[in-house]
Ligand binder design. Sequence first.
Ligand code: GDP
Ligand code: MN
Length: 372
Amino acid sequence: MRFFENVAKQIFNDEGIPILEGHVAYSPEEAMSVCSEMDIPVVVKAQVLTGGRGKAGGVKFANNPGEALKVAEEILGMEIKGEKVKHLLIEEKADILNEFFVTVSVDRGARRPVILASKDGGVEIENLAKTNPEKIIKYYPNPLLEFLPYEAREIARKMEVPSELISPMGDIIWKLYNVFTKYDADTAEINPLVLTPKGLIAADAKMVVENDSLFRHQDLVDRLHYKKKAVDFVQLDGDIAVIGNGAGLTLTAMDMIKLNGGEPATFLDIGGGASEHIINQALNIVLNYDPVKVVFLNVLGGITKADDVARGVIKALEQADRKVHIVIRLTGTNEEEGQRLLEEAGIPFETSMEKAAKKAVELCEELKAEGK
Ligand code: GDP
Ligand code: MN
């Protein structure tokens, strides 16, 4: 069984192999939402059970959440070697100084595990094997004995990496071999293993586990499930971003916009009990979504506290590098404190949803009339 890159990376990381911060996304909207929480730029990667994604256009970069949405749209649904892309891995983009290659697999002919490594990693490794096979170091650890750290360093030395990399490279090779034996793998591969200013990092990960041994690795199978993000985001055709707490309230807010002749650009439900952080994340998403002219934030505090919402709004607007007009309706739990905070920050608000929706549509009309 082959694991997706995102799962393989988690497994490698558990053994101490460095990886980049990354999150999974199943839709362009989710890619955007994930990106809004990360350091940019990011790399958006198709998750399929085959290699060669880079060459097939399944690995792209994005400099902001809006771009992440666009490239995610391009990659999702794409076919790579006959496999449809259904999800993505969004990762912090590595600043690559050098690309290496390390793999542990089984040499069927020799009937033992083999480690292959090269200082010329990346997407051209198959060609390298044909044109310059001597550049690929081959090492057969004794499967009946422990694989020792000095053997791994010996491989690094033969790879002719700079001397200061011999120890960290050896460490990663040693850990990769341990992953391979621990999980009864057929293949555990890092290509490319990249050198960045932060050190060596696994920028790609491939792991194939022998099917007949999967029963011993229920923990691996459990990993195939992933945690959903807190924000529920749907992209629509209009220009007024609608954000609400709870699906019902958000839908009502959308209806109100429509009733007043406006067109929603998003359905974005921040859920019950939304924290300051989630409000900030939601606003980051819509502030970076190009079609949005006006944001309509409709919050009726229950478990969600109005003062937390106000703090999230203030923070997001302070950090936003694009000016977007926002209409806020804020009532409910802790409303006095929330409204006071907004007043202090000079951000206007409404307490009636009807009024606020009407205002948002009028504002949007004005902006369009001014050609903005
Ligand atoms: P594969 O083509 O399916 O093996 O996909 P990879 O994950 O190996 O990515 C292909 C290529 O994209 C790599 O060899 C890198 O050159 C490039 N790449 C992947 N991730 C990053 C990244 O974080 N930063 C940069 N600069 N390049 C990356
Ligand atoms: Mn690769």
